[in-house]
Design a protein around this ligand. Sequence first.
Ligand SMILES: C[S@@+](CC[C@H](N)C(=O)[O-])C[C@H]1O[C@@H](n2cnc3c(N)ncnc32)[C@H](O)[C@@H]1O
Length: 301
Amino acid sequence: MSGTGAGASGTLPRPTNAREMLRMAQEFLERKGIEEAQFEAGLLVGHALGLDRLQLYCELERPINGAELDRARDLLVRRGRHEPTAYVTGKREFYGRDFVVRTGVLIPRPETELLVDRTRELAGERSGEVSVADLGTGSGCLAVTLALELEEARVWGTDVSADAVELARENAQRLEAEVDFRVADGIEGLRAIVRERGAPLDLIVCNPPYIEPSEADSLAPEVREYEPEVALFAPGGDPDHWVLALLDAGQELLVDDGSLLVELGHRQGERVIAQASERGWSARLHTDLSGVERVFEAQRA
Ligand SMILES: C[S@@+](CC[C@H](N)C(=O)[O-])C[C@H]1O[C@@H](n2cnc3c(N)ncnc32)[C@H](O)[C@@H]1O
């Protein structure tokens, strides 16, 4: 596989079948310091051949043509530069559905599925149509999933990034979800929704940027060099910024028994619970599978 640097210098071996291509891809990714190189090679080679990993392993003797080789080479070179796999393949699964992803918009993370689980539980306790707004919608993974998972819901998604809103609309259309997406800045976007519908919301969900700038160096190159800063870093370097802004505006945005659900980063839990209580909210935390207090939930006390 020339161009990937997969062989010795001089004449490079050309894989004749999927098995050889897979082996060379794995060796190449290992040399580039990509973790789980075998898994990633299977995913990328499969993508180049239009197969999922399982199909690929069932068709290892399949011959490779020139176009497939070029496609695989492009994908591997990009991944070898530590571009995230989801950007390279253009998709990422979230809550059992494939979302289109691309540069400029955050890749959905598995831990964010906990926010969906808890929102579904709270929506299930309400009767009639449930109104939900997703602040900082990104790819639309939360808003689209909620629109599809909740029995009867009206869902909005807002983002300051026009690229994000464009992608979220694309995902909603592909997955046949009805969501009202808008480009809007922060709390003002939620206020506009409440004004337009003439009533406060039942639920607000938000996975905000919460990384402190001082943590930037410890991020994987896949994140630091490829994902958008506006989606990663907390405004003013304060990871609690969006929790506090939503608590402060919550009274005007939510119905009396409405709930606020916000994803948290590491070590925010105790602080935001104290802040919520000072502001007259009753709040609790939900822990994810890695033991991180990941979801902050609050109702007005
Ligand atoms: C951590 S990402 C979450 C994206 C998506 N909800 C998810 O869970 O994958 C945060 C999102 O907030 C958006 N954002 C940042 N500042 C914002 C602001 N002032 N108003 C609205 N959205 C904002 C970013 O563009 C980004 O899409």
